[in-house]
Design a protein around this ligand. Structure first.
Ligand code: NAD
Length: 354
């Protein structure tokens, strides 16, 4: 049955599964908090629904509980960091804490993070930086089943490679742009498939490379066991962005790019290039604060299109979702809740919705 759970209960249930799977209590709590925050932010595709995958990835050996970052190169403003297959929610935060301290000290910091297990919502890291007044840019690749097709291509060759830009706004909440470079998230196709829905044109190709409206092509194996693929957003431009994320997040970090046939592994690894800038050190802070706010106000004054309340700034939908879901609880569909219960059972934990 679908369930609606209050955030604190969901956090506690997830943390108990993670402890049973091998995490120390503090790690389990931090990972659970991060996943529930993704649900609260409206991004269920990166929330507690990932937990069963994490439990399987630990069993597979691709995710190492209680691992921390290893800094391989440190020249002050440039860091090469290895996530050592630790939880992305842990090693990503450790890498960001280090990068933020360096950007505060020197004015900027560029770091690579290789071999992190799934980093979840990349916006989480940009939120850490903008809270300290820093600009934060992230280019990420995904080493998992390649489910996104190159523009003009006929099968999946890379992952949903997210890109994120956080910009602090003086006296206001930040601009927080955080998106997958696929037209739509894989998780949203699973939900549509489970509901028997069709999806709009331009989202998908089938296993023969033909356009389709059937989300099942990326959810269940099709002819000869092959999957279809998601399209990138923005046609050739989104495709270019996805490739940039693979080259920067996968190749430049040393974590690796995807160039092999799909496998059935449950492990998801991310590589991330991060660029942090402190406007206070750049000497433009006063102009930056004034011009950024003036521009955002100008955008907000645009007359709303038909059916739209008002123009939004990136980051606002997530903040609004947090208010609503903290109040109303987090709704989990039947399949997601069933997978969490089954995952708990695998490690000897009985999960309850109340
Ligand atoms: P999405 O399509 O919902 O786009 C989200 C972005 O668009 C946000 O910045 C949001 O504030 C902004 N936005 C939404 N509506 C808006 C509007 N009306 N006006 C202005 N801005 C608006 O998100 P997505 O592409 O499905 O990505 C969801 C999450 O998945 C992200 O947090 C991303 O980091 C994460 N992700 C992670 C991985 C990984 O491997 N770790 C891979 C892919 C995606």
């Amino acid at each position: 049955m679908p369930q609606t759970l209050a955030a604190p209960l969901l956090r506690a249930q997830c943390a108990s599964i993670l402890v049973a799977a091998g995490s120390a209590p503090a790690e389990a709590q931090q990972v659970a908090d991060n996943l529930v925050l993704a649900n609260l932010s409206g991004h269920d595709s990166h929330g507690v629904g990932m937990l069963p995958r994490y439990v399987d990835a630990i069993a597979e050996g691709g995710l190492t509980p209680n691992a921390g970052i290893q800094v391989n190169v440190d020249i002050g403003t440039m860091l090469a960091i290895d996530g050592q297959h630790g939880f992305g929610q842990i090693v990503g935060v450790q890498a960001m804490e280090l990068g933020i301290a360096r950007a505060k000290q020197h004015g900027s910091c560029i770091f690579t993070l290789a071999s992190a297990h799934h980093l979840g919502r990349i916006g989480h890291f940009a939120e850490m930086a903008t809270a300290q007044g820093l600009v934060s840019m992230h280019f990420v690749n995904v080493l998992s089943r390649p489910n996104v097709a190159p523009w003009g291509g006929g099968d999946g060759r890379f992952g949903t490679n997210p890109c994120c830009i956080g910009i602090p706004l003086a006296g206001a909440e930040p601009f927080l742009l955080d998106f997958a470079t696929s037209r739509v998230a894989q998780g949203k196709m699973r939900v549509a498939h489970n509901k028997g829905e069709r999806v709009p044109d331009g989202y998908l190709i089938d296993e023969r490379g033909m356009p389709t409206n059937d989300p099942g092509v990326v959810v269940v194996p099709q002819g000869k066991g092959l999957f279809g693929a998601l399209m990138t957003f923005g046609e050739h431009k989104g495709y270019g962005m996805a490739v940039a994320c693979e080259l920067l997040g996968g190749a430049l970090t040393g974590g690796g790019t995807w160039h092999r046939p799909a496998d059935a592994a449950r492990t998801v690894l991310n590589g991330m290039l991060t660029v942090l800038i402190d406007p206070a050190k750049l000497g433009t802070q006063a102009a930056f604060a004034q011009e950024a706010n003036a521009f955002v106000d100008w955008l907000r004054q645009s007359p709303p299109a038909a059916g739209v309340d008002h123009v939004l700034i990136a980051g606002e939908p997530e903040r609004a979702a947090r208010v609503a879901r903290e109040r109303d609880g987090i709704w989990l569909d039947d399949a997601t809740w069933g997978e969490i219960v089954a995952s708990g059972a695998k490690v000897g934990v009985t999960v309850k919705a109340a």
